[in-house]
Write a protein that binds this ligand. Structure first.
Ligand code: SAM
Length: 301
């Protein structure tokens, strides 16, 4: 959704923006090369050093207009100072680069050591699986994978773990195949791998911690644009935007306002922006993408 991000995020043609999930630099490059944005500067951040190496080469021609930082956006305040930012972009989830690198264990398509840490700050699924109870594994599969057969799969994983340590993606595939019908197995595998990836990388907590910090760093009329791929992520973003759009959060039974809360955001996308059919045809992973954008309306903290 590069075109939509460009249109909805960049409101200041001389602004300073932060692409908090720069990956290999696709969105950042699109913004920097747009003819109307020749004076825009971008700080690109990612927790994945390998992605940043590629982004660095790709964006070299833009010189000082782009600066790259390795870090987790959950600590955004630690990396950025002052209040001079005109927009933040998050394009959540996993990159094609990470998925394609079989040595990192993100994919069930190839047997590889099971790791899935997105950066040095992520945890290894191998270690997390070794330490979790069957009940915890079941909860992770239910919550993060939205997998209906979470109990059955967790039981199969725990059974396997009783006889051998789970260290490779192939073992996880085997444990799932053990209890899921062949015609349903690929759907189940993608949900299981997604659940463990979200768990190991604390993806929902990262998002929750990021949002209020980004709001505090935004200029008035600066924007936050977030592309999410999971219903729980989308819900976190939507709720935050709705909450920060409210002027008062006192219970309706209170005769007068005592909370002293003021609206900080204006929601730009009442409904999330979805990818076009053409984009979904080109990239099937885009089918679950949702873009939400909000604008800072005051900054007098
Ligand atoms: C979908 S990709 C982004 C692709 C990018 N927009 C592009 O056009 O190339 C998501 C990226 O976010 C990074 N990421 C995920 N969680 C992060 C976090 N908490 N902090 C920093 N980067 C994160 C991943 O390492 C991955 O490179």
């Amino acid at each position: 959704m590069k075109k939509e991000v460009l249109e909805l995020l960049i409101t200041n043609p001389k602004g300073l923006y932060v692409d908090c999930t720069v990956g290999t630099g696709g969105h950042t490059e699109e913004i920097l090369k747009a003819s109307t944005n020749q004076n825009v500067s971008i700080i690109g951040m990612d927790r994945d050093g390998l992605a940043l190496d590629i982004a660095g080469k790709r964006l070299k021609e833009y010189g000082e207009r782009v600066r790259l930082i390795q870090g987790n956006f959950r600590d955004i305040e630690k990396y950025l100072t002052g209040r001079e930012y005109d927009g933040f972009l998050l394009d959540l989830g996993i990159s094609s680069l990470q998925l394609a690198d079989s040595s990192r264990g993100f994919s069930y398509m190839k047997d590889a050591p099971i790791d899935m840490a997105m950066g040095e700050d992520g945890h290894s699924v191998r270690k997390m699986l070794a330490g979790a109870t069957q009940k915890e594994i079941s909860r992770i599969l239910k919550e993060y994978g939205e997998e209906r057969r979470h109990r059955m799969i967790a039981k199969s994983i725990a059974r396997m773990r009783d006889t051998e340590e789970i260290v490779r993606t192939g073992q996880l595939v085997e444990a799932v195949k053990e209890v899921i019908y062949p015609n349903k197995v690929y759907g189940a595998l993608s949900r299981v791998f997604q659940a463990f990836r979200i768990w190991a990388n604390e993806e929902l907590d990262n998002l929750r911690l990021f949002l209020p910090q980004a709001l505090g760093l935004l200029n008035t009329r600066g924007r936050i644009a977030i592309i999410s791929y999971h219903s729980l992520e989308d819900r976190i973003v939507k709720r935050f935007f709705v909450q920060e759009e409210k002027d008062c959060i006192c219970p309706p039974s209170f005769p007068v306002c005592v909370c002293d809360k003021h609206a900080e955001l204006r929601i730009i996308t009442r409904k999330p922006v979805l990818p076009s059919q053409l984009e979904i045809e080109k990239n099937t992973r885009a089918r679950s993408a949702k873009l939400r954008v909000a604008e800072r309306i005051r900054n007098d903290q």
